[in-house]
Design a protein around this ligand. Sequence first.
Ligand code: ZN
Length: 284
Amino acid sequence: MSVRLANVQGRAALVIGDKVADVEQASKGRFGPDPMALLEHWESFTQWAAGVRSGDATAGLDESRLGPPVPRPAKVFGVGMNYRAHAAEAGLPIPSTPVIFTKFPNCIVGPRSDVEILSDYVDWEVELVAVVGRGGRGITEGAALKHVAGYCVGQDISDRKMQFADVPPQFSMGKSCDTYGPIGPALVSLDGFANPDDLAICCDLDQERVQDARTSDLIFSVAELVVFLSRYCTLAAGDMIFTGTPSGVGSTRNPRRYLKAGEEIVSTIEGIGTIRNRCVAAQR
Ligand code: ZN
């Protein structure tokens, strides 16, 4: 069984079926309310959490109260062109080295947060998000998944106008606006998956399926990304990797399609869950 760690109005909570257990209360203070601190002690936390039963739940699960399960990551890596069909639709070659960019942590919001539409060229990208538990550097491929605390569903919301405003294109700014990184609904540990490298992933826009793939189509797997990144950057608990989006984004469609205020982005990954984000006109 996977451990499912959620953020209920700023407090760490375990999701057990349709209920939640407040971590600090259920552990009688052994673990505190900050989800980031739990990631620092992920092994002992998950060992304790595996024994928590629905009888320890303190409330029903109300998804409208959920914040991002990892609210303050030190680093948020993005990976470009990591699905073959997405590279093809963008007219770009299959990369031989991971294409890495930054999503600054201010973009991270919860699974029901609104996405502020800042231009007429804002696009969707459903992604598997891997969250680091035990940090390190020079991590080997065999050990890589042991350094991953779990997975979330994420949206790498992207302002294409900013991304392609000039030559060369810049990725980080147009993908780092406030609200452009919804994640959730929970951080799900890997032990409950038959194969954590092969999960159905899809995105619906107002009930129309726009992206539909499997994470086994990733060009660079989660383990390969951990090896690559940790060769250069020491990874720390809570760091996250947006692993890339499958085909079906709006900017490569004919005609092109972009997000509009009032639309709902529904993003789902098998075994993790669904996040729902309403697009709203920016107040900036
Ligand atoms: Zn992306």
